[in-house]
Design a protein around this ligand. Structure first.
Ligand code: F6P
Length: 320
């Protein structure tokens, strides 16, 4: 059985990472394994920024956003020299297996580690919900709750002034944050990369709403699609409805994780250590139909997943 494992967080942080670290550390210690906390993502492996963790080092963190191990996007790890340095540190510390918490960029590193002969398990952590082998990623639920809280507040002022507000949310090319928060926040329109956008259709719907006395119009916009200020100007010109822009930004990445994220993180962290305990590596932990399962890293990275078209169609009906 493995005696020593490492754990690291890499890429963009996500609320719930700490809950997952806690689960990894406590499950490993319960199974008589030693856990090394690797700091600043893969850079910690290159520069030897590691320290042993104990039961207490993960006390009082289940409710905290961010990551106590800190994170980074390491370009150096992708180079042969970087990998060599990492291999050296792994040997010095006697690390026999690694748990990587992050998104698909981080899982490419996990694949490299596995190929180096170090069994590595990936746990999907990103607010974007853009990892195709899992139904949900750790952090998505918290981020969407933060966005919905913002929508509620924006709606107050929008209604008072009878305006429209375009709310830009994150997602890195994926529309899940815009879609889920649009449905939960009762948005009048959702603009997301998976669906062709027709500004005339949007404006027609806004005018129809205004004509029947609607006082607030919330439009969700997934990031990197349009210049939000230009879009507001165009909507205003076409509809005569005063339109403001709100870019929510990194507020979506922080905050105390929700119950759903804490439970998902705990289940995934626990499962990851069970795999390493059996000597199994090169897997991504996933949740499918509320079951915690795992899949091969390469297969997981190659998987394709469409968006929830039914939810999108429903949102159009419910926002008439
Ligand atoms: O992947 C998480 C995410 O927050 C994306 O939604 C966003 O596009 C990106 O990271 C922002 O990256 P950074 O924090 O480096 O600005």
């Amino acid at each position: 059985m493995m005696k020593t494992i490492g754990v690291l967080t890499s890429g963009g942080d996500a609320p719930g990472m700490n809950a997952a670290i806690r689960a990894v550390v406590r499950t490993a210690i319960y199974n008589d394994m030693k856990v090394i906390g690797i700091r600043r993502g893969y850079n910690g492996l290159i520069y030897g920024d590691l320290r042993e963790m104990n039961i207490a080092s993960v006390g009082d963190i289940i409710h905290r956003g961010g990551t106590i191990l800190h994170t980074d996007r390491s370009d150096e790890f992708k180079t042969p020299e970087g990998m060599k340095k990492a291999r050296n540190i792994i040997e010095i510390f006697g690390i026999e297996g690694v748990v990587v918490l992050g998104g698909d960029g981080s899982f490419r590193g996990a694949l490299d580690l596995s190929r180096m002969g170090v069994p590595t398990i990936g746990i999907p952590c990103t607010i974007d919900n853009d990892i195709n082998c899992t139904d949900y990623t750790i952090g998505f639920d918290t981020a969407t709750n933060t966005v919905v809280d913002a929508i509620n507040k924006i709606r107050d002022t929008v209604t008072s002034h009878q305006r429209a507000n375009v709310i830009e949310v994150m997602g890195r090319g994926r529309g899940d944050i815009a879609l889920y928060t649009g449905v939960a926040g009762g948005a009048e329109h959702i603009i997301m990369p998976e669906v062709p956008f027709d500004i005339n259709d949007l404006c027609k719907r806004l005018i129809q709403g205004k004509d029947r006395g609607k006082r607030s119009h919330i439009i969700m916009l997934a990031e990197s699609m349009f210049d939000v200020n230009e879009l507001c100007k165009e909507i205003e010109e076409k509809t005569g409805i005063e339109t403001r822009a709100t870019v929510l930004g990194h507020i979506q990445r922080g905050g105390s994780p929700t119950v759903a994220d804490r439970i998902l993180a705990s289940r995934m962290g626990y499962h990851a250590v069970q795999l390493l305990k059996e000597g199994i590596g090169n897997r991504i932990v996933c949740i499918r139909n509320n079951q915690i399962v795992d899949c091969d890293i390469e297969e997981g990275l190659a998987m394709q997943k469409g968006f929830d078209e039914e939810l999108y169609e429903m949102s159009k009906v419910l926002s008439i």
